[in-house]
Write a protein of this length. Structure first.
Lengths: 125, 818
């Protein structure tokens, strides 16, 4: 449920909002749909990463553009491993990492802040 | 408290991460924005398949403008008045090339530090000291008072700005995202800056200091012998024997002193030499030589090959004009192109329009300088540089009446440690009269020869050989632009800033610039060679581009009788090496004197070579690599590079090898006890060439030594670090002295052939890149393959807005905002 919420709300809001809109989505999701700390972190991180990687892969396939590998080439100084698919994968891994960290900690923050605000209503602990 | 920390730390970390990924760190752009597929570079992926139509409502257009895109992403703009037309041109170019056009203006204005940081400071400083930004400002200010120029430039700028106003971060060209900055508003001043870049590229070189050193070392006789004012082999633009039908002005007398001796204490000079690989070809054959009985015109300007390409194809149509061709991103109108009645193209003239004057300042404040018997005040300007991140630096510029003093005091950083101090520069680029943009505005609308001549009159710089043809049968070529009136040889060397006689003495009357219309030989052509032979009454320069391309073009045109557009396309791709024909037989005779060389595979390859720089030619590889080493072997001993001495030209070197084999220059003065013969020089330099080639490419092999792999033509992105946005390993022939002037980094940046017709012209063309400046688009580089093969696209030149064509793909309608 949390995973799905982040995926759907994250997608809709990312269309109109700034890149970091995924953070309040995870925060809110973990506030309203509380669970274990580990689960809040990993579901948020996983949903955020899936959202970015999934949409990236969709755009890549839809346009057939090799731009991801070219951007990888710029950041790696044209290293051979970053050419073609390798570069695309590298860029997806880095973007997954960035969004997973932001989403995961935002999710965890949502859970903890709720615990701080309403200490009596813990569930699953 | 512990509880508070326990609950708050994830929030703190989340906020910290957002902060970190939202900001740039050093060269690293904001990763959150960049990597989000909803905002970052993934938004720049584009399949280019969008079809159908769309409407955009804009403030700034007065009527509906229809933009139809064809299968090569070329926009065909149909507007109902000229303001809307140039508004739409700006809007449409910005959609495809915004980053590129702004980047050019930052270069010309010396503002790169603002987007790439302190590393560009000395380059910026150099460009500001050359005076281009200041001159562009003056030109823009003057053109604001010209009704037509103002209308065109303002409308164009408004169109670009209408596009910029629509942009969010996610819509920005990917370079902005990677370098982390945003576009500024456009203005007519920036369109002029764009033209300043062309002036700099085409007129921004000088041999003056290097030749002055030669004069100081060897004296006037040697200079007269080795650096003559006209080459041994030439085929000038205005055919020999053409009568000059004007009364020339009095040419200023040559003063007693023609130069200043270079200061021994000065460091070497870093103004670049004229770039031999920046040149161009154009020609037109008349009806007597064409299959249709009407003229056919061809043009291919050679520039540094870059992505995005320097050119952008488009059709511009309004009630006053219907023209097709290429535009420079950032500048209104079509620069090279055709309409229903006429076609035109340009090559660089490249005469001497940059001179340096040693300035005698009164004291170290540089406030006054001595000229014509009195102290005169310098003009001072303070230039401010903003470095990315916020630092500001200031630099004072001093101008004499000649122009900017490029460097006025010694310094140990960057460019300045290689630049002499205290020379003022007179440079045609800093001329602020004329209206180059109007030349193109009126050429776009020209109907015949008289319109063409009238349009040329507005042009200042960089002087261009404007080739022309019309469907009433005219062909013509004019070396057009402001050409300084000089005494014979003026500016061959560094000049004396204290002498009035060394100032430029006015201008050659424009109607007396070299020009020819319908010459008896039935064609006109240019390839940056001498505009005219020695009968021309004015001094233009002592040296123009090496004549090899011109010689080949003219001999092939002489042989054409029923030329078609394809004959001219074929000539654009001609790989014949005139230099090899001229000199290789003598060189092979020299090599044959050495048995070990004569038996080598390399000698064999060279002997069997057909003088064509084709992609697979091994002979071309050996010959081209050898030429440099041969020139070094002949000249490096007397003209060592560390003394900044100019080598004699290829023409003079060939002449010596073929006709003066006993010249003293062949002896290597560094070997005191032997006298080298010409054959020893030939064999020695050949051996060095072969071992260098073996070292780099292994033993001789058809693949490894193929000319295309050694030449390695590559088309790189404008940001040198963005190598993955470039294209390398392009397989093609050619060379810098070949009609197909494709070297490793330079080449035909647009090829066009226009066959005029009484009804409707048929035109062909392409350039090595694509219409889109976006590396994520299929239209970024889609023409490169066809370009390398020497093909041309058939250009779709629509008669009306409703004309149907299966090649039309989609349509954008710009609608006025009510």
């Amino acid at each position: 449920m949390l995973f799905l919420f982040i995926l759907v709300a994250g997608a809709v809001l990312s269309y109109v909002g700034p890149w970091w809109v995924i953070a309040p989505v995870c925060f809110a999701g973990c506030w309203w749909l509380p669970r274990h700390a580990a689960s809040a972190f990993w579901q948020s991180a996983g949903a955020g990463a899936l959202l970015w990687v999934g949409y990236s892969v969709y755009l890549h396939l839809a346009t057939g553009s090799g731009l991801a590998a070219q951007v990888a080439g710029i950041f790696t100084g044209g290293a051979p491993f970053a050419a073609g698919t390798g570069g695309m994968v590298l860029m997806l891994v880095v973007s997954a990492l960035v969004v997973a960290l932001v989403s995961g900690f935002s999710g965890l923050a949502g859970l903890r802040m709720r615990q701080l605000a309403r200490p009596g209503r813990r569930r699953g602990e | 408290m512990t509880k508070l920390i326990k609950h708050i730390w994830p929030l703190a970390i989340a906020l910290l991460l957002i902060y970190v990924f939202h900001h740039a760190w050093g060269v690293l752009p904001p990763l959150g924005k960049l990597l989000s597929p909803f905002h970052g570079y993934f938004q720049n992926t584009d399949a280019g398949k969008a079809g159908g139509g769309s409407e955009i409502t804009l403030r700034g257009v007065t009527d509906e403008v229809v933009v139809r895109y064809d299968d090569n992403a070329v926009p065909h703009i149909f507007a109902q008045n000229d303001e809307d037309l140039y508004f739409a041109q700006g809007y449409v170019i910005a959609r495809d090339r915004l980053w590129q056009m702004e980047f050019y203006t930052l270069v010309a204005a010396g503002r790169l530090t603002e987007v790439v940081g302190g590393a560009a400071l000395e380059y910026d400083r150099f460009n500001r000291r050359m005076g281009m930004a200041r001159s562009a400002e003056a030109i823009a200010e003057r053109l604001a008072a010209d009704t037509v120029a103002k209308k065109v430039l303002d409308a164009y700028a408004a169109g670009v700005n209408a596009y910029i106003a629509q942009l969010d971060y996610k819509d920005l060209p990917v370079e902005y995202k990677l370098l982390n900055y945003a576009p500024e508003p456009w203005s007519p001043y920036k369109s002029i800056l764009m033209l300043m870049n062309m002036r700099n590229t085409l007129n921004g070189g000088s041999n003056d200091v290097r030749l002055t050193h030669v004069l100081a070392k060897y004296g006037p006789e040697v200079v007269a012998d080795l650096f003559p004012n006209y080459p041994a082999m030439e085929s000038p633009i205005v055919p020999e024997g053409t009568v000059w039908d004007f009364n020339p002005m009095a040419v200023p007398p040559v003063p007693q002193e023609v130069t200043v001796s270079p200061d021994s204490g000065l460091l070497a000079f870093s103004v670049p030499a004229p770039r031999p690989e920046v040149g161009s070809n154009n020609w037109a054959v008349g009806g007597s030589r064409s299959a249709t009985g009407l003229p056919i015109l061809a043009n291919d300007p050679h520039l540094q090959l870059t992505l995005p390409s320097i050119w952008y194809q488009m059709q511009l149509s309004s009630p006053s004009v219907n023209v097709y061709g290429v535009a420079l991103p950032g500048t209104p109108a079509i620069i090279i192109g055709f309409n229903k009645d006429v076609a035109w193209g340009v090559t660089n003239v490249g005469s001497d329009v940059m001179d340096f004057y040693r300035t005698r300042f009164r004291d170290s404040t540089c406030r006054e300088y001595w000229h014509d018997g009195q102290w005169k005040p310098t003009t001072m300007y303070v230039e401010t540089f903003t470095v990315k991140g916020g630092d500001e630096l200031q630099d004072t510029l001093y101008y004499t009446h000649q122009g900017p003093v490029v460097y006025h005091k010694p310094s140990t950083t960057g460019y300045t440690d290689r630049v002499p101090v205290g020379y003022a520069m007179r440079w045609v680029t800093n001329e602020t009269d004329g209206a180059d943009v109007l030349t193109f505005h009126y050429l776009n609308r020209a109907k015949d020869y008289s319109d063409y001549r009238a349009a040329l009159a507005y042009f200042t710089a960089p002087a261009q050989n404007f080739v022309f043809s019309s469907n009433d049968g005219d062909i013509a070529i004019t070396s057009n632009g402001k050409l300084p009136l000089k005494w014979e040889g003026q500016g061959k060397y560094l000049l004396d800033g204290t002498l009035a006689a060394h100032d430029w003495q006015g201008w050659i009357p424009r109607e007396q610039n070299p020009a020819v219309r319908n010459p008896p030989r039935g064609f006109v052509s240019s390839a940056n060679q001498f505009p005219a032979d020695t009968t021309y009454p004015y001094y233009l320069d002592w040296r123009f581009a090496h004549a090899s391309r011109a010689l080949r073009i003219n001999e092939r045109l002489e042989a054409m009788t029923t030329a078609t557009a394809d004959s001219l396309r074929d000539l654009q791709n001609d790989n014949f090496n005139v230099d090899a024909r001229r000199i290789l037989p003598r060189l092979l005779r020299g090599l044959a004197t050495d048995d070990s060389i004569r038996r080598s595979a390399e000698y064999d390859a060279l002997e069997r070579w057909d003088y064509r720089n084709d992609a697979d030619a091994v002979g071309a590889t050996i010959f081209e690599s050898w030429l440099d080493k041969l020139c070094d072997a002949v000249w490096a001993d007397e003209f060592p590079g560390n003394e900044q001495l100019l080598y004699p030209s290829l023409d003079r070197t060939y002449q010596l090898i073929n006709h003066e084999p006993d010249a003293k220059w062949f002896d290597n003065v560094l070997t005191a006890d032997t006298v080298e013969t010409i054959d020893a020089i030939i064999c020695g330099s050949f051996r060095r060439t072969v071992s260098a080639l073996r070292e780099r490419f292994g033993e001789l092999s058809a693949d490894g030594w193929a000319w295309s792999s050694v030449k390695n033509t590559r088309i790189m992105h404008l940001v040198p670090n963005f190598t993955s946005f470039g294209r390398t390993g392009i397989v093609n022939g050619g060379g810098s002295s070949i009609v197909n002037a494709t070297s490793g980094t330079h080449g035909p940046s647009w090829r066009m052939v226009v066959q005029l017709d009484s009804e409707w012209p048929q035109a062909y063309g392409l350039y090595p890149g694509g219409q889109s400046g976006n590396p994520g688009s299929v239209y970024y580089d889609n023409m490169i393959g066809r370009w390398a093969h020497g093909e041309l696209d058939t250009l779709l030149f629509l008669k009306t807005v409703d004309e149907q064509s299966p090649r039309l793909r989609r349509q954008v309608v710009l609608k006025p905002k009510k």
